[in-house]
Design a protein around this ligand. Structure first.
Ligand SMILES: [Fe+2]
Length: 296
C-alpha cells in the first residue's frame, strides 16, 4: 500500500497550481477541464490535483494497493458500515477501486491498476508525498478504526498525534488530537536534507518564511519546514520518514517527551501555532457520492 496523491477543490486552481510550480517546486502534469494536476520527480503521474469549486474541501486522498488489499478493505468497510462506493479514476493514471468515508468524514480512495510514469530529473521537485495528516475529534478512535478496517498500523502515539503506517515507512498518515475533523497538512518528500533546505531558501526568495521549521521531528525523525500556502492549507517540505520493522514497538506519549522549550530535536525555530491552526481548519471533507450500501 502506498500513499499517492491528494485531490483538493478550491476557488482558484490556476493560482494554486502557479504557486506550486513557480515557487514551491512542482512540475505541471496535466490540466483536464478546470482541474490542474501537478507532479514530482517520481513515478506517480501526479501528487496534487486542484479542482475548481466555490468552496474549499478535500475530495479524496488516494492510495495505491493490491487487488487483495482492496478486497479486504471492501469487505471490512461494508461490515463496519462505513459509506463506500466502487470508483473508476478519471485522473491521470486511471485505475479503479473504492472510495471510503472514515468515521469522521475523511475520504480515502484506494486504487488498483493505476498507471505510473517515467521519473523526471529535478532536484528541487518533491519525489512524492510522504504523508497527509488529518485533524480528528477522536484521534485514538480514528487510529483504531483504520487499523481494523483498512489494515493500517499505528506506529506511535504522542500527546498530539496518532501516527499510522500503511507500509514500512513510519507514517503515511496521522490523526492530530485537534477536536475537529479537517485536513491538517500535506507533506512533500524531498530528495534529501539539502533539498528541504533549498526549498526554504526558494520560499525566502518570495518573502515567505516557515510557519514552523526547519526542525527534526521525534516520531519519523524527518526534517521538516511547514508553510501556510497562499491558497489555504498547510504544506510541508520533508525528508523521508524513517523506515520501521514489522515488529516496531508502538510508542506511547510518555516515550515522546521533549525537554522544556523544545518541541523538536533541534529547537532552532518558532512555531506560529495560531496561524497554523487557522489554516488547518480550512479544508474539510465533502462526500458527493452515494453510499453503495445505503443508497445515500
Ligand atoms: Fe508532517
Amino acid at each position: 500500500m502506498k500513499l499517492r496523491s491528494i485531490e483538493l477543490a478550491l476557488p482558484d486552481p490556476a493560482a494554486a497550481a502557479a504557486f506550486m510550480t513557480d515557487v514551491w517546486g512542482m512540475a505541471p502534469a496535466d490540466v483536464i477541464g478546470t482541474t490542474h494536476y501537478l507532479r514530482g520527480s517520481g513515478s506517480y503521474p501526479y501528487l496534487v490535483a486542484f479542482e475548481q469549486s466555490a468552496d474549499e474541501f478535500v475530495r479524496s486522498t488516494t492510495f495505491l494497493c493490491s487487488a487483495e488489499e482492496l478486497d479486504g478493505i471492501s469487505g471490512r468497510a461494508a461490515a463496519a458500515g462505513w459509506p463506500h462506493r466502487a470508483t473508476v479514476s478519471e485522473d491521470p493514471g486511471g485505475g479503479h477501486g473504492l472510495l471510503v468515508e472514515l468515521p469522521e468524514g475523511e475520504l480515502l480512495r484506494f486504487l488498483v491498476d493505476a498507471g505510473e510514469v517515467e521519473p523526471i530529473a529535478g532536484r528541487d521537485l518533491p519525489v512524492k508525498l510522504t504523508h497527509v495528516v488529518f485533524n480528528s475529534a477522536d484521534a485514538e478512535a480514528s487510529g483504531l478504526a483504520v487499523e481494523e478496517v483498512l489494515g493500517f498500523r499505528v506506529s506511535d502515539r504522542t500527546k498530539g498525534m496518532v501516527f499510522v503506517r500503511c507500509n514500512d515507512s513510519h507514517h503515511s498518515t496521522a490523526f492530530a488530537r485537534a477536536g475537529i475533523s479537517s485536513l491538517n497538512h500535506i507533506a512533500f518528500e524531498m530528495e534529501d536534507l539539502d533539498a528541504v533546505m533549498r526549498g526554504i531558501g526558494r520560499l525566502r526568495d518570495h518573502a515567505l518564511a516557515p510557519a514552523w521549521g526547519p526542525g527534526r521531528h521525534g516520531p519519523g525523525a524527518n526534517v521538516y519546514a511547514y508553510y501556510i500556502a497562499p491558497f489555504g492549507p498547510v504544506i510541508e517540505f520533508s525528508t523521508a520518514v524513517e523506515k520501521v520493522p514489522d515488529d516496531y514497538r508502538v510508542g506511547a506519549p510518555e516515550d515522546w517527551t521533549w525537554p522544556e522549550n523544545r518541541i523538536d530535536q533541534w529547537g532552532i525555530s518558532d512555531k506560529d501555532f495560531a496561524g497554523l491552526r487557522r489554516a488547518e481548519e480550512r479544508f474539510r471533507f465533502r462526500r458527493d457520492w452515494q453510499d453503495e450500501a445505503q443508497g445515500q
